[in-house]
Design a protein around this ligand. Sequence first.
Ligand SMILES: [Zn+2]
Length: 96
Amino acid sequence: MTSAVQASRLKAAIPPAEFYSMELPTMPAPRPGQGWVNGGLCPFHPDRHVGNFRVNLESGAFTCFACGAKGGDIIAFVELRYGLDFADALELLASR
Ligand SMILES: [Zn+2]
């Protein structure tokens, strides 16, 4: 199985809303069907003000207006958050 196939399977298996609810304890509970929502405090800088960090519950993309952290899906989030490369990020997500 190629990593691209593995990546798309993982993304299909893990809804971004569920993933971010687990990863972001300060994120307000998401309602289904929303796009960009408040992600709570940014995990990539010492964030004291909710509102800078946004996550997209459809694509899994994330962006922070304060520190500039951003990525296109939950795999990119795991890479950045835990300092992993793409393959290790896939492995971590698969083990969840
Ligand atoms: Zn930030």
